[in-house]
Design a protein around this ligand. Structure first.
Ligand SMILES: [Zn+2]
Ligand SMILES: [Zn+2]
Length: 401
């Protein structure tokens, strides 16, 4: 089939692949196709299970916590939302609701619609568009991040108390595992091909191409909507440079309040302890949970700093183009794109810990003044990575590499 690499814009023919086989772009190494050993029925089954398990995972009790059989409290994932709403900054409350619950639910629903309609031969209006939406939601569905944040919040909550995991926690862990399995089992190229077949054979010239489903179309012109997914063919990417640059420029000064101020304030019987990001790492290490300290250190400090440095480098290379190292920079961009969601684990830990560590005056966690700058820093980085297109570098360098 003839498809056009979304990262570098090179049109190429992908041969039929054996089960387990993969095809990479010959110019920038982007993974163009992966023929999975499983059928898309696995993904369909996982999506159905995720969709059914998400409501109990979010609305059923998540953890309960007692101190010496005197004090008792119970939390649910959904109870994080009003706590964040009242204590931190309301956009983050919506962010938690969307990333942890609504986006995974919509993604599962879209997959059920597309794969189910293909499986049973049913008609579906705008099937390509619905599949494009489900793929777009892939980076924004953060079930895996929530599970690890929940594990750390659980350890923190259990320090002066007895904490028990409840049915909501097990449901959510199952949701994260099923979403992961469904994603690994999905043969995207086969689904796109089933929605509207790709062109076979080499057309002899570069055709207008979709940067979302990577289809090369000879019956339409640049700027027309893609016949398969409704995105735009040869979309003009130049206007995406300024928002990416602006987001990074705004993010850099936020690093100072985000890391210098405390993100959690812990009001204990004996003292009021303010935790900065580094302080949280220190506390986890002191308690013997150094593995989780490493997770916080990497996700909360190393990844945001790497993202900022990496994006400054890539943006500078659009302004001052060079053919040298284009492939390396495209690979760096793909890594930054994959990692950009992980720093949000830090506000998520605070979000899940706040409703369960809520014995006022004895052991109580509220968000500190650093939480808002940290959350904004992370969101700005995610926006910048989402807006940046590696093809900007290829185009600026004359696409000759
Ligand atoms: Zn490529
Ligand atoms: Zn398309």
């Amino acid at each position: 089939m003839t498809i056009t690499c979304a990262d570098c814009g090179e049109m190429q023919v992908v041969p039929p692949l054996p089960p387990g086989g993969t095809a990479e772009c010959h110019r920038c190494d982007r993974l163009l196709a992966r023929h999975t050993r499983t059928s898309s029925d696995v993904t369909l089954a996982c999506a159905v299970a995720v969709f059914l398990l998400l409501p109990p995972a979010v609305f059923m009790p998540l953890m309960d916590r007692t101190i010496k059989n005197l004090l008792f409290e119970e939390s649910r994932l959904v109870s994080s939302v009003p706590v964040i709403y009242s204590e931190v900054w309301f956009p983050f409350a919506f962010g938690f609701l969307f990333f942890a619950f609504l986006f995974p639910a919509f993604r599962a629903l879209f997959q059920i619609l597309v794969l189910g309609s293909l499986r049973f031969g049913l008609p579906l209006w705008q099937r390509g568009r619905v599949f494009r939406w489900s793929e777009e939601l892939r980076v924004w569905s953060m079930t895996d991040v929530v599970v690890i944040a929940g594990a750390i919040a659980y350890l923190r909550a259990s320090i002066p108390a007895d904490v028990a995991l409840r049915v909501g926690a097990w449901c959510y862990a199952a949701v994260a595992a099923l979403a992961f399995i469904g994603d690994r089992a999905l043969d995207r190229r086969a689904v796109w091909d089933a929605i509207l077949p790709d062109r076979r054979g080499w057309p002899g010239r570069r055709l207008p191409s979709c940067d979302s489903c990577e289809m090369a179309v000879d019956s339409r012109r640049s700027g027309d909507p893609c016949p398969r997914c409704g995105s735009r063919l040869d979309r003009n990417i130049a206007p995406r440079f300024a928002p990416a640059l602006g987001a990074i420029a705004a993010a850099i000064p936020l690093t100072i309040p985000a890391y210098a101020a405390s993100i959690m304030v812990n009001d204990q019987l004996t003292a009021v302890i303010e935790h900065t990001v580094m302080g949280t790492v220190q506390m986890l290490a002191d308690r013997g949970y150094w593995q989780f300290g490493v997770v916080v250190l990497v996700a909360g400090v190393f990844i945001p700093i790497t993202e900022l440095i990496g994006m400054v480098w890539l943006l500078a290379r659009v302004r001052f183009p060079s053919e040298h190292g284009l492939v390396l920079r495209t690979r760096v961009y793909r890594m930054l794109h994959r990692l950009a969601r992980w720093p949000i684990i830090i506000p998520f830990i605070a979000a899940i810990a706040a409703p369960i560590i809520n014995f006022r005056g004895i052991d109580d966690i509220v968000a500190g003044p650093g939480a808002t700058p940290l959350f904004m820093l992370i969101v700005l980085i995610m926006f910048a990575v989402r807006f940046f297109e590696p093809r900007l570098m290829w185009r600026a360098a004359g696409e000759r590499a």
